[in-house]
Every structure is written in structure tokens, then in C-alpha cells.
Design a protein around this ligand. Structure first.
Ligand SMILES: Nc1nc2c(ncn2[C@@H]2O[C@H](COP(=O)(O)OP(=O)(O)OP(=O)(O)O)[C@@H](O)[C@H]2O)c(=O)[nH]1
Ligand SMILES: [Mg+2]
Length: 257
């Protein structure tokens, strides 16, 4: 299976080289696409250098900080255009441990979307404060309940999609950027009746650099869920065709913890 790991970056210069080294140590056959938003710290130049050194590394440069959602959409389009069988979403800050990549690759053989889940057996967020756990946990319960998504972690950003899924979603109609982007995608994938599998991950705090998480991103996610439930936009509940036959399954992790 030809796979692409899409990594959006904004000021991740210290993480990039060690991250790519770790990724290739677990999954040497995969390609990596870095989508950099003209990071002031030189991440884009560093990515370009790594592209020259390694034929498995590719880079998209964008003019400025345009958000995580559009970075992934460009990455997905690249994956489809270049005939990858599956494409990953992965953060650059080591929160998404590369040791789980083989689990995803195994799971995607029999699924259309694999989600690295913090909220199933074997998953977790051991370093998080009570407040952060509360926000993330309640956000997930809210989205599950409001939209009827039987996924334990629908804001997770460590994922693997089959190309057929990316081709079937009208990517240009997605406007969410942060956690809402993740919820919107999983909701749309469900609506198409695709098979979704959750695999457990222990989510770590970023190694170095600054978080781009903001209150705005949290509110965007709540706003999206409400609009999808009660509004009329693409993927909203009013446009639902009652075909939520996509099935969910939990997988035991095979990677050492
Ligand atoms: N290209 C691009 N990448 C972004 C943008 N915003 C965030 N990123 C990247 O997206 C990934 C996730 O961002 P983080 O800052 O780690 O956000 P988070 O994981 O929600 O927050 P923390 O858990 O606090 O780290 C990282 O690889 C960032 O560099 C953006 O506007 N453009
Ligand atoms: Mg992070």
C-alpha cells in the first residue's frame, strides 16, 4: 500500500528532523508531505533541505498561516493526485507517537478510516491537566451525542484515510480549521457509510515549541457541532440521508507502550 503522511507545520523547526527520523524508523516505506505555512523560524527551508536529502520527503509551501484545516485539505488533494492508497494526518510536535504507525497500517487494510483514539482501552492523555481533560472529554461526548457519531475520540488528529474516502468527500466545502475540522471529517465519513476503526494511542505533550491551540479553536468546534446538528450547511443533519451504516470497531494496540 502506497502511503503518505501529511504533516502541517508552523514553527516546528526543532521537531521536524527528529520526527522524520523516528517515522522512517517505524515505517520506512512511507512518504511524507510537509505543508508549511511560511514559518518564521525557517521550518520551510529545513523541510526543503530534507526533501533534497531524501526522495521520500515532499514539501508544500503556503504564503502564510492559513490554518490546519486547509493545510490538510491541500495535503489530501496531493495524496489523491499522486495516487497514494492512504494518507495520514499527523502533528509535528511528537504528540502523535510514530511508534503507533504500524498499528494504523495494519488497521487500514480492513478499514476506510483509522483514528488514533485517546478514549478507548489502551489510550490516554496521562500528562494533561484536569481542565484540559475536561474540555477534550466533554467536547467529545457533546459531539457524539449531538451528531450520533459512535466514535470515542472524534477530535483526534492522528488518522489514516483511504484514498476512496478522500475522493468521495467534497473537500472544497470544508471550512473548519481546528478540532472542528476533525469532527466534520469524521461526521462526513460516517454519512458516506465508510468503515471506521479506532486504535488506541497515548497522547503525549508536545516535545518542544509552542502550542497553536486557542480558545477560538475550542469554540469553533462547539459551533460546528451545533451548526451541523441544527443548520443547513454541507454535512449538516438536515442533509443527512439516514445512511449512517458505517461500522466502528476498536482494535488492541500492538505497539509497545
Ligand atoms: N501549516 C500549518 N500548520 C499548523 C497551523 N496551525 C497549527 N499547525 C500545525 O498543526 C499541528 C498541531 O498544532 P499544535 O500547536 O500542536 O496544536 P494542538 O496539538 O491542538 O495543541 P497542543 O496539544 O497544545 O500542542 C502542529 O504540527 C502545528 O505545527 C497552521 O495554521 N498551518
Ligand atoms: Mg500539538
Amino acid at each position: 500500500m502506497k502511503t503518505l503522511i501529511i504533516i502541517p507545520t508552523y514553527n516546528e523547526i526543532e521537531n521536524l528532523r527528529p520526527l522524520l527520523g523516528e517515522i522512517f524508523s517505524f515505517v520506512p516505506e512511507t512518504d511524507i508531505l510537509i505543508v508549511d505555512d511560511n514559518s518564521p523560524d525557517g521550518t520551510g527551508e529545513m523541510a526543503e533541505k530534507m526533501h533534497e536529502e531524501d526522495t521520500r520527503v515532499f514539501v508544500l509551501h503556503r504564503a502564510g498561516k492559513l490554518g490546519l484545516g486547509t493545510a490538510y485539505i491541500e495535503g489530501f488533494k496531493y495524496a489523491v493526485a499522486h495516487n497514494y492508497d492512504a494518507a495520514f494526518e499527523m502533528d509535528a510536535d511528537f504528540s502523535h507517537d510514530p511508534q503507533y504507525l504500524p498499528d494504523f497500517l495494519k488497521a487500514i487494510e480492513h478499514a476506510d478510516l483509522v483514528i488514533g483514539s485517546r478514549y478507548i482501552d489502551g489510550g490516554g492523555t496521562p500528562n494533561w491537566s484536569m481542565l484540559r481533560r475536561f474540555i477534550s472529554g466533554s467536547g467529545n461526548i457533546f459531539a457524539r451525542f449531538m451528531l450520533g457519531i459512535p466514535i470515542h475520540d472524534c477530535t483526534a488528529g492522528y488518522r489514516c484515510y483511504r484514498r476512496a474516502v478522500l475522493e468521495s468527500i467534497n473537500l472544497d466545502t470544508i471550512q473548519s480549521q481546528g478540532y472542528a475540522f476533525q469532527v466534520e471529517l469524521v461526521y462526513r465519513v460516517m454519512q458516506q457509510g465508510f468503515r471506521i476503526v479506532e486504535t488506541p494511542i497515548i497522547f503525549k505533550d508536545r516535545r518542544v515549541g509552542k502550542s497553536k491551540m486557542s480558545r477560538k479553536i475550542v469554540f469553533e468546534a462547539f459551533g460546528y457541532v451545533l451548526r451541523a446538528r441544527f443548520g443547513k450547511g454541507p454535512g449538516s443533519n438536515n442533509m443527512r440521508q439516514n445512511n449512517l451504516e458505517g461500522s466502528i470497531e476498536e482494535l488492541p494496540s500492538v505497539a509497545p507502550k
